[in-house]
Design a protein. Sequence first.
Length: 243
Amino acid sequence: MEYARGGELFEFIVSHKRVREKEAARFLHQIISGVEYLHKLGICHRDLKPENLLMDDYNNIKIVDFGLSNTYQTGETLKTACGSPCYAAPEMVAGKKYEGLPADIWSCGVILYAMVCGYLPFEDPKTNLLYKKILNAEYTIPDFVSEECADLIRKILNTNPAERYTLSDIKEHMWYKQIKSVKDYTGIVIGTDPIPIDKQITETILDKYALKKSVKEASHDITHNRHNSLTTTYYLTLKRFLR
């Protein structure tokens, strides 16, 4: 795992009181990109919150803590209610079967609200009252939040998952598009996408860490996704190079 020197997004919000909207939009771009990649792999995170979003030296978001995550097939629903209640989707809170992607998108909406407002939309010391607020989407957006941002929050925090904004909807929203989307390395789907072998990167890793393997042996490990320090170091180095 990469070292996230920047700490948690939660700490960033607390130290700044709230996040400037343009910066929040940049964070949201990265969060949405990560969620999209996870669901491309058939993984539902189920515990997205600022405490599980770490930042590197340049305040780039890293999604962590997959302890409550689950895999699923296209069209398959999940049924376990888990994660932090304040960020949980209403269909999860209600104990219904739910689709993973809309549930994670709801959590992204709560995170967006927390970033631009500096506090959570749904809070109550009594769990039953908290759940009632979530189920009825009982929250208010302060006047200092722009109307475009408020509109996006409302579209995401829709209690009906069928009507809730999708990833594509979010990407097309005016507020989201204030930040130009950067075509970045989107990650590799193991078993589907070939892992590119860069001879120079491979040689550098073998030399730097004094690994007793030839370039040919190392390339074999990488292409066959061997779970060892070599493939991990290579993948992280490749991502950094492509950025």
